[in-house]
Design a protein around this ligand. Structure first.
Ligand code: FAD
Length: 602
């Protein structure tokens, strides 16, 4: 099929400017360096004392720098990571200043709109704004509101119940088992059907000599607009090198150079190359190994196609397990557990503000609903991540992810006139907003035959900058995904537009993943606070393994001393009363379990 003749004509404009754009990127630049805060640089080596300029970057730029005593001729003058981004962006479209970022976010990012969100009327976060689609599920009846369920005879009796078998749940189950717990891992679909298995670009960890967890910490907090929970970020970045080692020991095959050393790339908002990847199927590789490992440990029981529909509290208010529903028979099954880990992932299938999504079909916010009903608070639920580069063509690919690794390898967004218009490695929310501005305000986007907006992502640049064959080697899944529709992304650019990718917020947790309900833990995308208001690429695969492992440790430890009292669904009755008192009149039920794509009339 390929592009229509009209789109082909526009793609040729991209090809026409490609050589010039690449020449700009690769041409040596003169940087005039002057440092205002501590006086002029005296020696070129002073540059290495600017935080963010490591040995690698110094080597790359030193020949291009001349020093000056003249204030005003300043390219390198402050001691922050912003300057580093500028240096790393030499030859790219100029990165935005903080003020420019704020402006574009406020005008174009869906989170900043007045519409599409409303304050919750029930529960711990009453009064706080969340997306309408999510509020609809919070302000809905329990699936068990009218059910008669015998809680006294559990079908399963375990130490640790893990809900959700993506990367976070799998990590939690493995570690809890190693800590001596009897573990039950229940999941909604097949074991591994998850966002984790779809992850493409990579996982961050500061494990190279020019990097360290403190620099990683600063990047995470900067990317999150300084809103992140610092203790959670410290846990994330400190555990990261250990987690890479753990995954490799289990059998994950990260990309390595000829010397057998793991190679790393940049992602948006990273000041060091710390993205480890396995082609563009990093999540599939991680999930393959975690799932195999679980299947090789008979002490971990796995139950598939059995979504949890409600948590259970005991008479002391501790979490004592959950009710799950067999998707085939519709029967409810009771799990009694000394401790419980929620690891149910994200929210993409709610299609917030009508956006398409990169997420798998099970990403329907179930764990958030379960946790909220028993009284766990939510953080940053008004903050949703729209990935800048979702496929905008062909129609069969709409919303599917084009990994940030494509930009990491050298491709850049280009408008309908073949012009670059944004630094390709801005943090995701900023990059997305800039793409929307190009289409919606400047009218420089491309309209697809079905009326969708898009800009070009000039993937053929990768082959020129990195060498022929790079795309098939580094992005084999993307290559195949587009070839299937007659588009060779090593020769033709892709059409992209922001797509709903990730929920930045989630259930409130402490660094050990505990929630305010004793015996209840949460890990992975379902938890909030780590990434603040904007997650950087590669930090979620990291978060799910770091906090999944921590959840395994904490849940097993809690289970060792715990006794489960009488199981109750009293919190459901309380919640139903609250709905009534708040005047919520609805026949909606939640959790959603699966999205409903049936065509509806009226
Ligand atoms: C296309 C794509 C590409 C991505 N690429 C990257 C990347 O390169 N790097 C990066 O860091 N991050 C990436 N991410 C984000 C990252 O993959 C996810 O945030 C992360 O994997 C989530 O892991 P999780 O274990 O928390 O949830 P998931 O992996 O989604 O697992 C949740 C599991 O819980 C199950 N579940 C849901 N509800 C219930 C219920 N009621 N009862 C029982 N089970 C339930 C689900 O079926 C699923 O199996 C990507 C995401 C997507 C969608």
């Amino acid at each position: 099929m390929g592009y229509t003749p009209e789109l082909k004509e526009l793609a040729e404009k991209v090809a026409a400017t490609r050589e010039k754009r690449i020449a700009k990127r690769l041409a040596p630049k003169r940087i005039v360096a002057y440092r205002e805060d501590k006086g002029p640089f005296r020696d070129i080596r002073d540059l290495t004392r600017v935080p963010g300029i490591d040995a690698e970057i110094f080597e790359a730029i030193k020949g291009q720098v001349s020093l000056t005593d003249e204030p005003g001729k300043t390219n390198v003058n402050t001691a922050d990571a912003q300057e580093l981004e500028k240096l790393d962006g030499i030859g790219y479209f100029k990165p935005m200043t903080m003020a420019e970022r704020e402006r574009v976010l406020k005008k174009f990012h869906p989170d900043y709109k007045d519409t599409g969100m409303r304050p919750l009327v029930v529960g711990v976060n009453r009064g706080e704004r969340v997306p309408d689609e999510f509020a609809d599920l919070i302000e809905a009846h329990s699936l068990l509101a009218d059910a008669q369920i015998e809680l006294g005879k559990p079908n399963y009796d375990v130490d640790v119940l893990v809900i959700g078998a993506g990367g976070a749940g799998a990590s939690a189950a493995l570690i809890a088992q190693e800590e001596g717990a009897k573990v039950l891992l229940v999941t909604k679909l097949r074991h591994g059907d998850s966002n984790t298995v779809m992850a493409e670009g990579g996982i961050q960890a500061a494990d190279k000599p020019q990097d360290n967890p403190v620099i990683h910490f600063l990047d995470v907090v900067g990317g999150g607009h300084f809103s992140n929970d610092r203790e959670l970020v410290a846990a994330l970045t400190n555990d990261a090198p250990m987690v890479i080692e753990w995954l490799e020991r289990l059998g994950v095959m990260f990309g390595k150079d000829a010397e057998g050393v793991m190679y790393t790339l940049h992602g948006g908002g990273t000041s060091r190359k710390r993205m480890h990847s396995a082609g563009d199927m990093t999540g599939a590789e991680i999930m393959r190994v975690l799932r195999d490992e679980i299947r090789n440990r008979p002490q971990i029981e796995v139950v598939e196609f059995s979504p949890v529909v409600e948590l259970l509290l005991d008479d002391a208010g501790h979490c004592g397990g959950a009710v799950m529903k067999n998707m085939e028979t519709g029967d409810f099954k009771i799990v009694r557990a000394k401790s419980t880990v929620i690891a149910t992932g994200g929210i993409g299938r709610l299609h917030i503000q009508g956006f398409p999504t990169t997420n798998h079909y099970g990403a329907t916010a179930d764990g958030l609903i379960l946790g909220y009903r028993v009284g766990v608070g939510l953080r940053f639920m008004d903050s949703i991540q729209y990935h800048p580069t979702g496929a905008a063509y062909p129609e069969q690919n709409i919303g599917l992810l084009i990994t940030e690794k494509v930009r990491g390898l050298g491709a850049e967004p280009v408008n309908r006139d073949g012009e670059d218009f944004v630094f390709p490695k801005e943090p995701r929310d900023v990059e997305s907003s800039a793409l929307m501005r190009e289409c919606l305000e400047r009218g420089k986007g491309v309209l697809t035959p079905t009326g969708r907006h898009g800009v070009w992502l000039d993937s053929p640049m990768i082959e020129i900058i990195q060498g022929p064959g790079t795309i098939q080697h580094e992005l084999p899944a993307k290559y195949k995904q587009f070839m299937r529709h007659g588009i060779d992304i090593s020769k033709e650019p892709m059409l992209v537009y922001p797509t709903l990718h990730y929920q930045n917020g989630g259930l409130a947790i402490k660094p050990d993943t505990s929630t305010q309900i004793p015996g209840l833990f949460a890990a992975g995308e379902v938890a909030g606070g780590i990434h603040g208001r904007n997650r950087l690429m590669g930090n979620s695969l990291l978060d799910i393994t770091v906090f999944g492992r921590r959840a395994g440790i904490a849940a097993a430890k809690f289970a060792r001393g715990a006794e489960v009292g009488e199981l109750t669904l009293a919190h459901v009755e309380r919640y139903e009363r609250e709905l009534k008192e708040a005047g919520v009149e609805t026949d909606r039920t939640s959790p959603m379990i699966l999205p409903d794509y049936r065509y509806k009339t009226g």
